[in-house]
Design a binder for this molecule. Sequence first.
Ligand code: ADP
Length: 169
Amino acid sequence: RARRTRTRIFLPHLVAAMEEVEETYVMVKPDGVQRGLVGEIISRFEKKGFLLKGLKLFQCSKELAEEHYKDLKGKTFFPKLIDYITSGPVVCMAWEGVGVVASARKLIGATNPLQAEPGTIRGDLSVQMGRNVVHGSDSPENGKREIALWFKEGEICSWVPVQAPWLRE
Ligand code: ADP
């Protein structure tokens, strides 16, 4: 009997421990910046309730772009992708939250904007894979890797928003 009581007390804590806080790297690509979509894109993540930990406008080198997309080296579109990403300033963002990696990918939508669902960023705002306005990390490991790649240490802020108790119980 005592054991059953203990299980009841501790179960919510176990569930809470499983809800791991993650970080993801989101980037408005040069087409998104040129088309004036920066505010719109930041706004979608902000309104959802994720925490913005890093933000900057930045024009990256070819080396950084190639490192970021190293898994795609060898693809036929790789050279064009590097030209695209280095063609103008991008907006770099680090977002934090429980489940933020997969959720950001859902908010962003499918790689091909014509297949991306309406309501997603790519589904609403773009028409072609080579101009799909935004990037989001595909795993928690890549989230950490990409944030470390695009941001210097002092550029990431840890803070607690006043709305925190109204976002999560
Ligand atoms: P995602 O950005 O959705 O994670 P990938 O990691 O597969 O997609 O590809 C990275 C980026 O490379 C895409 O967002 C897109 O801009 C570009 N890309 C991917 N596949 C193609 C393709 N077949 N033709 C042109 N560009 C592509």
